[in-house]
Design a protein around this ligand. Structure first.
Ligand SMILES: [Zn+2]
Length: 249
């Protein structure tokens, strides 16, 4: 099949998918070349569709995208990875869903960011290899959310008080101020335990491959709640996939 001059090649992670009309879907993609964008997949919901399962959420695919007036249309899809083990393990599936939802919420359309793309591919690969902890208390998920916030320019301040800049012991976390706060500035934030401060530092410093093998902990769960508050403050909405994990985990 000849490549149309106007079709754009893109390597993409499928973040999400929703029905369109009777036979089509709109997929939300994070592409390496063009950042986040939505594209129509025509006929994908018909039985015997030529697309098969290639454009399911959390798949890594090479695509050709035909630009339309408001949306792209997927004209070719070549699967690269579909992470089959991830789909059979609940915690891994929740971790993948949280990462993809947060990436969608923290990025702007058509803003390429290769670091975010590489991070998503790393997260999906590690989740596919298996996670030790329930998502809501997962050191891995705290590390993922920390990195996505940092990539969006919202790197949580852990080094000094986010309000006064002082070096006093961290007693709170302020989503509005973007990090840990000292005792003098505690009125600006929610209380934080020393264990959660340590978990936030680990989320920042320990490679994701190391965090993936860590057991669940209350401290990681608390760190994740503070990071989630920071996410919600800036994105204007909470992560539905994380709410699901907390409600049922
Ligand atoms: Zn302070």
């Amino acid at each position: 099949m000849a490549v149309s001059r106007r079709s754009l090649p893109a390597r993409a992670v499928v973040l999400a998918s929703r029905p369109l009309g009777e036979a089509d879907r709109i997929v939300r993609l994070f592409t390496r070349e063009h950042g986040r964008l939505d594209a129509v997949v025509k006929g994908v919901r018909r039985s015997g569709s030529r697309w098969g399962g290639r454009l399911e959420p959390f798949n890594l695919v090479d695509l050709l995208l035909y630009p339309g007036r408001s949306l792209y249309t997927v004209t070719q899809a070549q699967p690269l990875a579909d992470y089959p083990r991830l789909r059979g393990q609940r915690e891994a599936l929740v971790a993948a869903a949280v990462a993809c939802e947060a990436a969608a919420g923290l990025t702007s359309e058509h803003q390429p960011d290769e670091a975010v793309f590489d991070l998503l591919v790393e997260v999906l690969g590690l989740a596919d290899a298996g996670l030790a902890a329930p998502a809501a208390r997962s050191p891995f998920l705290a590390g993922v959310l920390f990195r996505l916030l940092a990539a969006a320019g919202l790197r949580p301040v852990l080094e000094h008080c986010a309000v006064c800049g002082g070096g006093g012991r961290a007693l709170g976390f302020s989503a509005a101020r973007g990090g840990l706060v000292c005792g003098d500035c505690l009125h600006e934030g929610a209380p934080v335990t020393p264990e959660a401060v340590a978990a936030l530092v680990e989320a920042r410093d320990v490679p994701l491959a190391g965090l993936a093998g860590r057991p669940p902990s209350a401290a990681a769960g608390e760190a994740l709640r503070h990071l989630h508050a920071l996410y919600a403050w800036h994105s204007g909405g909470r992560l539905r996939s994380l709410h699901f994990a907390s409600a049922t985990g």
